[in-house]
Design a protein around this ligand. Structure first.
Ligand SMILES: [Fe+2]
Length: 239
């Protein structure tokens, strides 16, 4: 079975170079040989089914470990946006996962154990939600801090960013990417953002600031970030 026509191909220049000079992990994770293309079966086109029922969802408040617990350190942010397909139609009922560093730039993960930045006992840093009928998602969190990339000769710092994992309507619209914050000076030197050759592709990775008066509450800074899962306007993949 061949995929239907609507699986429009990516616009290659808006996708990152998968081997980034100086970023060892990208070398290790990128296949060294050309990919073997095989026909998509019903599994890839339609599955996984009912993921939102199989996984625990509704975890869109990252600002506390649990309801009633103290709030995490840092500036509260409200991140929202729409998940869209190549025809700009909403992707509904899609499971969207996020993970990020705390306000000091440290992850809750053993791989980050060498990071001297402090842990925050009130911050775990991951969440999962489902897109609604308009393809909209939203979560509350604290703004992640920048962090230095260890053992890198050029003293490379990652700018504040949030990792996203998205399963659109199935495996054919799988996307792992990162969201960046507008106006961050470190965006200009980030090797992963710079790995996207096309400027428009890079712009699609940077959220828009939401004017304060458009927010329902006054204690958050809002960011709007739409994500396109397929086609020539697709949001670039990340690591
Ligand atoms: Fe990260």
């Amino acid at each position: 079975m061949t995929p239907p026509d609507r699986y429009e191909p990516y616009d290659e220049p808006s996708q990152p170079l998968m081997r980034v000079d100086g970023y060892r992990e990208s070398q290790l994770r990128t296949p060294s040989r050309p990919l073997y293309k095989r026909p998509a079966t019903l599994t890839e086109i339609t599955g996984p089914l009912n993921l939102a029922k199989k996984l625990k969802v509704g975890m869109n408040d990252l600002s506390r470990i649990k309801q009633g617990a103290p709030r995490a350190m840092g500036q509260l942010i409200w991140v929202t946006g729409r998940l869209l397909d190549e025809d700009a139609m909403p992707v509904r009922g899609s499971v969207l996962e996020v993970w990020q560093a705390n306000a000091a730039g440290r992850y809750v993960h053993k791989a980050d154990s060498g990071n001297p930045a402090p842990q925050d006992p009130n911050f775990f840093g991951s969440g999962r939600c489902v897109t609604d009928r308009e393809g909209r998602y939203a979560f509350l969190s604290v703004k992640p801090g920048a962090y230095p990339v260890p053992n890198h000769p050029t003293r490379w710092w990652r700018p504040p960013h949030i990792h996203f994992s998205i399963l659109g309507e199935g495996f054919m619209s799988r996307l792992v990417t990162q969201m960046y914050f507008p106006g961050e000076p470190l965006n200009g030197i980030d090797l992963l953002l710079k790995a996207v050759p096309d400027e428009k592709g890079r712009e699609r990775l940077v959220a828009r600031w939401t004017p304060m008066m458009q927010l329902e509450r006054a204690d958050v800074v809002g960011f709007e970030h739409d994500i396109v899962v397929r086609g020539h306007r697709a949001t670039p993949m990340g690591f």
